[in-house]
Ligand binder design. Sequence first.
Ligand SMILES: [Zn+2]
Length: 296
Amino acid sequence: MSKDTSQRFLFENLDVRGEIVSLEQSYQEILSRHHYPTPVAMLLGEALAASALLCSTLKFDGTLVLQARSDGPISLLMVECNSNRQIRGIARYEANHIKATMSVDELMPQAILVLTIDPTEGQRYQGIVSFEGGSLATSLTNYFASSEQLATYFWLCADDKQARGFLLQALPAEKELVPEQREITWQHLTTLAHSLTAQEMLKLNNQSILQRLYSQEDIRLFEEQAIHFHCSCSRKHSANALLSLGEEDAKELLKEQQGQITIDCQFCNNRYVFDAADVTQLFKDGSSAPPSATKH
Ligand SMILES: [Zn+2]
């Protein structure tokens, strides 16, 4: 059984659901492509777990992107999760400015987080999340609290081997109808979740986590869903990028790069190489190119 899973649970007598995400192999695959210092890897792990949790709250076909930028030692953090639970992610950082003891606020001071939901069909949604409370989990929890969305609580942690995420989400009133009672329930459940330590989170399996937190509650645990690392880059994508440059510029680039255009995927390090014959062929077959690629 894969350890890379997303598992939903539901409180039978309360209007609250939850999700627990575990990433191990996919996280390791993403780390193996870059040599991230531990604090960068851990923050990337938390972001990956967050993207999988966020994806689990959406009913859609498409991709969710979480992107954080700052002027600090980590300049960019970008993670994606799509509706097939395929994840990828990348971090850009200044290696000499990273210290093992640095807090999130020191690694990414005044970071701006952008949450983008890009459905296969329909409108793109973008939300700006302010990075606050010294953690990604707190920032996301506050974002949901201050927006028009359902109250949602996030708990994230990672070490150098695995990343884990825990989410609680208030559902529309159905089982508990008195607002004050709903509020008490939400406070009670999130306070208990808050008592979970990173050590417990990284050691315990999902069932034990729920047992540890909510032994008094009747909980239904759904089937685990597998999560995979997958990069959506391809030779075709790279070819389209060249086509959109236009023939003249592509040939110029070919000259600049000594007869071979190389396009490296920043996520997975895959390299796509186009030589002069490839470029000529590409523009000959250019009828399949998008109209914007046509040079006038
Ligand atoms: Zn790639």
